[in-house]
Design a protein around this ligand. Structure first.
Ligand SMILES: Cc1ncc(COP(=O)(O)O)c(C=O)c1O
Length: 463
């Protein structure tokens, strides 16, 4: 009997959370159930998700920023179907495949001219791991500099560059590193002048909290000091590449020339894992320095045809649909819309971001009437107010979003770059209504707030 994936999915759809509770990550299942995120999505297209009943949800989470071209793009699906139909040889390993060469060529064409060598891998964290090795090998130094609140991945190398202690807890000693605050020029000078760092890893715009320096001179100064003291500048563009911030790369907002760039997430259209490291040929060749070192850094699936085909098609879609430009335009409109709400809602402290990487930071309101809900939740745990807004956006307005990081009151929105004015309006009016709805001391949102606070208290007690 031939294998029938369709009937398997049809017959078992709905068992998702029970299966994960039994066999996968129970803690995640519990969290999703607590916050009402235990939906069973059955279909997805562009910026939309659909549940089993066919109800549509506007996806403002975009697979943690991996869906720049929207979900299930027909061009990427066709490229993958064509590839399958051709029975191409895949992962021969001791050969040079055409598609990986073509993808490397395409990436070099999109990047600044000095980045002319490419390493292909499977994920963001793997791109960061490779960048660490390239930087150490090229400089002969061990230590790594990064920013507080940074996020560069969760394998042990990239974890060492994590600016949030919580992610490191329980995993033992990691690589040697130093952390500095954004905008702290003194720390920047002091640390780089030590001459001990192989690389300074930056996210030009940080994923956690959507933060970037308030002084536009900070990143250019960092680059200048890196050059002066022999430290390589690594721009981690895993989340921000390919138009997310309204430019091809986020570092271009500050006209930087990083020595190494890491990419992943949206690179292959959200259908197949794919990552890449772009660097100068001279840095690359320090790692692959002799014939017996030709595979000294390598990964089995790194240049696989599925990922290469999906990535090539994704780059085509980005250009055809002018998505980098659309990201800048729609991101601007979305931030304008949110800013216009600030006059009406004291909860809004700041709207920030670039392109379609947008954050709304909330604050304790001054008026007594509005302060109640804030205090009720924030006394239990910082960030719960935003969590309540996120829960309401999904339950009441069918919009999927996220809190931008632990213990912060920052709502983050990273939808497909394909969205238009209609979706922008839906985000803005849903936030407007949610900020009204959270003031009602009865009804669904009040219940949600109570349950959320109770769950946070119970979790704290258990810990
Ligand atoms: C800037 C940055 N670097 C690295 C990573 C890790 O990527 P991955 O989850 O593909 O390992 C992420 C993931 O969110 C990221 O945002």
């Amino acid at each position: 009997m031939p294998y029938d994936l369709r009937s398997l999915i049809q017959s078992r759809l709905g068992e998702n959370y029970d299966l994960h509770d039994r066999y996968v990550n129970r803690a995640l299942v519990k969290v999703l159930r607590t916050i009402g995120f235990d939906k069973v999505y059955a279909r997805a297209e562009g910026p939309w998700l659909y549940d089993r009943e066919g109800q549509e949800y506007l996806d403002g989470l975009g697979g943690y920023g991996a869906m720049n071209i929207g979900r299930n793009h027909p061009d990427v699906k066709k490229a993958l179907a064509d590839l399958m139909a051709m029975n191409m040889p895949n992962m021969v390993q001791m050969d040079c495949s055409l598609l990986s060469g073509l993808l490397a060529e395409a990436l070099v064409k999109r990047a600044p001219p000095h980045l002319d060598a490419v390493f292909l891998c499977n994920s963001g964290t793997e791109a960061v791991e490779g960048a660490i090795k390239f930087a150490r090998c090229a400089t002969g130094r061990d230590a790594l500099l990064f920013c507080k609140k940074a996020f560069h991945g969760l394998s042990t190398g990239s974890l060492a560059l994590n600016g949030t202690g919580m992610f490191r807890e329980g995993f033992g000693a990691l690589l040697e590193g130093g952390a500095i605050e954004l905008d702290d020029f003194d720390a920047l000078e002091r640390e780089l002048a030590s001459g001990k760092y192989a690389a300074f890893f930056i996210e030009a715009i940080q994923g956690k909290g959507v933060n970037y320096p308030s002084d536009d001179r900070f990143w250019p100064r960092a680059q200048e000091l890196c050059r002066k003291h022999g430290t390589l500048l690594v721009a981690d563009e895993v989340q921000t590449c390919l138009g997310r911030t309204g430019k091809e790369f986020a570092f271009q907002h500050w006209s930087l020339d990083p020595d190494i760039v890491t990419m992943a997430k949206s690179l292959s259209g959200g259908l197949v894992p794919c990552g890449a490291i772009l660097t100068r040929r001279a840095i690359y060749d320090k790692t692959f320095s002799r014939l017996d070192r030709c595979v000294v850094h390598s990964t089995t699936f790194g240049r696989n045809n599925m990922a290469m085909a999906a990535a090539l098609a994704t780059l085509h879609v980005l250009d055809e649909e002018k998505l980098v430009e659309n990201s800048a335009r729609m991101g601007g409109a979305l931030m304008d819309g949110f800013r216009a709400l600030a006059g009406k809602h004291e909860f809004i402290k700041e709207v920030r971001g670039k392109g379609l990487m947008v954050a709304v930071e909330f604050q304790e309101p001054r008026s007594l009437l509005k302060r109640g809900v804030w205090m009720l939740l924030e006394k239990v745990e910082v960030g719960l107010f935003t969590q309540l807004i996120v829960m309401n956006l999904l339950k009441k307005h069918r919009i999927l979003t996220q809190v931008a990081g632990r213990h912060m009151n920052v709502l983050k929105i990273t939808p497909a770059l394909t969205i238009g004015p209609k979706e922008v309006e839906r985000f803005v009016s849903a936030l407007d209504q949610s900020l009204e709805e959270c003031l009602k001391l009865t009804g669904a949102m009040f219940e949600m707030g109570k349950n959320l606070a109770a769950a946070a208290l119970a979790a704290r007690k258990a810990a």
